[in-house]
Design a protein around this ligand. Structure first.
Ligand SMILES: *Cc1c(COP(=O)(O)O)cnc(C)c1O
Length: 374
């Protein structure tokens, strides 16, 4: 084990709490008194079912979820949902509105448009993807089967800090990178989906939350394993579920409850990101071009005013144990992902490093530009 602490700022798979990994290690060879690893348990048996039900119940409690919503633990990642949303929600000639706010919403649209007629209700392109278009700019189709948003643009560093009003059109959200980072008004959504590997845990697991009245529109050719209704009715055991990933997600839900739940997480996440944005905004070497109101609390994206220093910044940070700070390949620059499991000390260490780097390269005194309350 390295003696210097290491902080993983990767966008995904992302950092997980040490406590959770330690618990998984302790239970790896034998789960409680079962005499076997969770990995070895039959999914139809009582032990695994108890793990699955506990995870569902803890997630419901965390979210304060109304009773007319189902939680599905599916496979295939968020990208699979890009196609499965239209397959599950729209007839063959169905239409849907999408908000184009960055890299991931464009991926969702590109894939979705293979299965439905997709309209862009508003696009961040007109603002060079530096903000989320305000609702006044949206042109919504009242006949659309759903309206899709990406609540946090992982690659662009933009996040909704408000909820749109889509009238009677169900709101659908890709929450992959900010799910469980703050409380969610579930009742405002028809469907929410999130790949687990950003803010919850291991890859492969996709959490889909569906309102009951949206379970019955799947096209007949929708693969049964990906059919929301089939999976809801078989309680997620139509096929072999991701047993170990569900177990790990369950440990994360427990951890979140111990942290004080989603309101407490939201407060901590706000503190962490505010401190980092302040360090960026008060420095001459770093710049964040996103509109302040729309900045992501999860993925802080910024640039060096001298872009030729970016590679050196990332490499030096890496040597200091501040890992994976390079921006998304489509965007470049620097990205610090501050998911739930990133401790405040990690953010402090990053801010200290940024100050030192700035003073080395721009002759800036670190203390004056990077004062941060602790
Ligand atoms: C990472 C990410 C995805 C893709 O997730 P996969 O599980 O790799 O398919 C989709 N949407 C958002 C917002 C993401 O951050």
């Amino acid at each position: 084990m390295a003696s210097v602490p290491v902080y993983n700022f990767a966008a995904g798979p992302g950092t997980m709490p040490r406590e959770v990994l330690q618990q998984a290690r302790e239970e790896l060879l034998g789960w409680r008194h079962s005499g076997m690893s969770v990995m070895e348990m039959p999914f139809t048996g009582g032990e695994f079912q108890a793990i699955q039900q506990q995870a569902q119940q803890d997630l419901r409690e965390l979210l304060g979820m109304p009773s007319d919503y189902r939680i599905l633990f599916l496979q295939g990642g968020a990208s699979a949902q890009f196609a499965l949303l239209p397959m599950n929600l729209l007839p063959h000639d169905g239409r849907a509105d999408y908000l184009d706010t960055g890299y991931w919403s464009r991926k969702a649209m590109a894939e979705g448009s293979r299965y439905a007629r997709i309209r862009i209700a508003a696009s961040g392109a007109t603002h060079d993807y530096r903000c989320i278009p305000s609702q006044a700019e949206w042109e919504l189709d009242p006949e659309a089967g759903y309206c899709h948003i990406t609540s946090n643009e992982t690659a662009d560093g933009l996040e909704y800090h408000w909820l749109p009003d889509t009238g009677s059109v169900p709101l659908v959200a890709d929450m992959t990178s900010d799910f469980l980072s703050r409380p969610i008004a579930i009742e405002r959504f028809g469907v929410i989906y999130a790949g687990a590997q950003k803010n919850i845990g291991p890859t492969g697991l996709t959490i889909v939350i569906v309102r009951d009245d949206m379970l019955h529109s799947a096209r007949p050719e929708t693969p049964s394993v990906f059919n929301y209704c089939v999976q809801a009715e078989s309680e997620g055991r139509y096929n072999t579920p991701l047993t170990y990933a569900i177990y790990l997600a369950g440990l994360m839900f427990r951890w979140l409850k111990r942290q004080g739940g989603l309101s407490a997480m939201a407060l901590r996440n706000r503190c962490k990101s505010e401190r980092l944005y302040e360090a960026i905004d008060t420095s001459q070497l770093y710049v964040c071009r996103s509109r302040k109101e729309d900045r992501s609390l999860m993925n802080v994206c910024f640039d060096l005013t001298d872009a030729s220093l970016t590679a050196e910044f990332v490499a030096q940070a890496q040597r200091r144990g501040l890992l994976h700070l390079q921006g998304h390949p489509a965007r470049g620059g620097v990205r610090a992902s501050l998911y739930n499991a990133m401790p405040e000390q990690g953010v402090d260490a990053l801010i200290d490093f940024m100050g030192e780097f700035a003073s080395r390269h721009a002759g800036q005194p670190a203390a004056s530009c990077l004062s941060h309350p602790r």
